[in-house]
Design a protein around this ligand. Structure first.
Ligand SMILES: [Zn+2]
Length: 269
């Protein structure tokens, strides 16, 4: 893998080759507020290598190209709000925020490339991707997830789409673009044996639930690993719904769902 700013040393400092703090691996999403379309990612990379003031990203995408600028453990000058550059990772879509649209092929192509790049980063550094996808906002100094530059630096930034009128759609498109890279096992007869570990967001009890959610069975404390083992021996798997918020209980991913949803699943025992 090559990195643009290592192959093209910048005219002024645009990174540190380390991190001053332990990264949360939250990802800041930016727009360049300049030209968009094929060739503009390379143009932006060249601009960053030439510029005389600090301003850089870990990755840049246009509709046809993804450019990795520096390795993940390098610090870039991406966010002026305190503490973010050393703890988070940044990606820039070329173009202007106001020209982004959920119906625009150029926007969709860039979001698709950003999704792939974020998936690869999170896989490399071991982030729980479904968990990280459940959160977008301003808590990036504490946990992985996604945020717009404008979310944490609202006094002078609105990129990538922090105040865009179609923000919910753009957020969802990026979440789906990342999740689309999560390997999904092909459906087989074994799906009959696949099970969810699930918990309501109001109560602390964990249930084993049918993948079709036709039933749930209460798992006593201390028995989760044994239950997971028994499911595996039976030819099944403990699975997590794509995009589900999960927590770790007794070393296993437990899907946390709305309490009413969990209560509505028929209880068998
Ligand atoms: Zn920005």
């Amino acid at each position: 893998m090559s990195f643009y700013l290592l192959d093209h040393p910048p005219a002024s400092p645009q990174f540190y080759p380390s991190r001053a703090n332990t990264p949360t691996w939250a990802v800041s999403v930016h727009t360049s507020e300049g030209a968009t379309g094929p060739g503009t990612a390379l143009g932006l990379a060249q601009f960053i290598a030439r510029r005389s003031d600090p301003g850089s990203y870990a990755a840049i995408v246009d509709s046809e190209t993804t450019i990795d600028m520096v390795p993940p453990l390098y610090t870039t000058y991406s966010v002026a709000a305190a503490g973010y550059n050393s703890r988070t990772w940044s990606i820039c879509l070329t173009g202007r925020s106001r020209d982004l649209s959920p119906n625009d092929p150029n926007t969709l192509a860039m979001i698709g490339r950003a999704g792939r790049a974020i998936f690869e980063l999170w896989t490399l550094v071991g982030v729980n991707i479904p968990d990280a996808l459940a959160w977008i906002g301003t808590d990036a100094l504490k946990r992985p997830g996604l945020f717009c530059h404008g979310d944490v630096q609202p006094w002078d930034r609105t990129d990538a789409w922090s105040i865009h009128p179609e923000r919910p759609d753009l957020d969802l498109l990026l979440v789906k673009a990342i999740a689309a890279n999560i390997p999904q096992p092909l459906p087989t007869l074994e799906d009959e044996m696949n099970r969810y570990l699930i918990r309501g967001n109001k109560a602390g009890e964990v249930y084993l639930a049918d993948a079709g959610l036709g039933w749930k069975w209460h798992v006593p404390a201390g028995q989760l690993p044994n239950v997971a083992y028994a499911v595996a021996v039976g030819g099944g798997h403990i699975i997590t719904p794509p995009g589900a918020q999960t927590i770790i209980v007794e070393g296993l991913n437990v899907w946390v769902a709305d309490q009413a949803f969990v209560d509505a699943i028929p209880r068998t025992k």
